[in-house]
Design a protein around this ligand. Structure first.
Ligand code: ATP
Length: 214
């Protein structure tokens, strides 16, 4: 049987409703029963995360614990060395054979996608579903991505499932102007981050004293 899959990778430092809602809306539009969140171990594209990987993984687990349609994959956290998406997708390909794989990516990340390791190989392993993000218009796409988009664009999410990989879709999700950076700075200032992320995650942050100023 073919187990089509949709995934969202990220630092999740911490996970918030912007991540969860975007993934849920794409999952539903693709007509899939399950979606996978993949916290990065040591992300190569940005400065080190503020919270250690085991805490970020645990926060994602708590965020989705009441939602059977969302699962967490600890593959990147458990691996040694930097987390490269291309390696994760190769691993998922081994277990999912000819299934259709779709990877959700926010517009902010997509604008730099051509700097990711083996980015063209990524497109041979999965579709990209690019979601709009407040404050990140698509205007300034690098030339290499513009060309890839010209060859690969397909905004019909139902059609993505007929192929295993290779398409780039733009898909509008509810615009939630939430970022982990803002949540961290609110918490460091001792301010409330309520309603930006699940209570279970906030409770964990408080209990573990994450993101508070030293
Ligand atoms: P930071 O503020 O620390 O950079 P972040 O909030 O952008 O973090 P990441 O873990 O870096 O979160 O994001 C993982 C993925 O989720 C990226 O593809 C990103 O574009 C997407 N994403 C993050 N926040 C939102 C949001 N509010 N709406 C839609 N997509 C989002």
């Amino acid at each position: 049987m073919k187990h089509d899959l949709v995934i969202l990778g990220g630092t999740f430092d911490p996970v918030h409703y912007g991540h969860l809602r975007a993934l849920e809306e794409v999952r539903e539009a693709l007509g899939l029963p399950k979606a996978l969140l993949i916290p990065a171990g040591s992300p190569p594209h940005r400065q080190s995360p503020w919270a250690p990987a085991r805490h970020r993984l645990e926060m994602v687990r708590r965020a989705v614990s009441r939602y059977p349609q969302l699962e967490v994959c600890s593959f990147e956290v458990e691996r040694d060395g930097p987390s490269y998406t291309v390696d994760t997708l190769r691993h998922l390909r081994e277990t999912h054979g000819a299934a259709s794989l779709s990877m959700v990516i926010g517009m902010d990340a997509f604008l730099r996608f051509d700097t990711w390791r083996e980015w063209e190989a990524i497109l041979d392993l999965a579709h990209l579903v690019v979601t709009g993000r407040p404050g990140w218009p698509a205007a300034e796409l690098p030339e290499a991505l513009r060309q890839a988009l010209y060859r690969r664009r397909c905004d019909d999410l139902a059609a993505l499932r007929r192929e295993r990989a290779g398409k780039i879709a733009f898909f509008n999700v509810s615009a939630l102007e939430i970022s982990a950076t803002r949540i961290r700075s609110l918490l460091a200032e001792g301010r409330s981050a309520a309603f930006l992320l699940p209570d279970a995650v906030l409770e964990y942050i408080v209990a573990e004293r994450l993101y508070c100023s030293p």
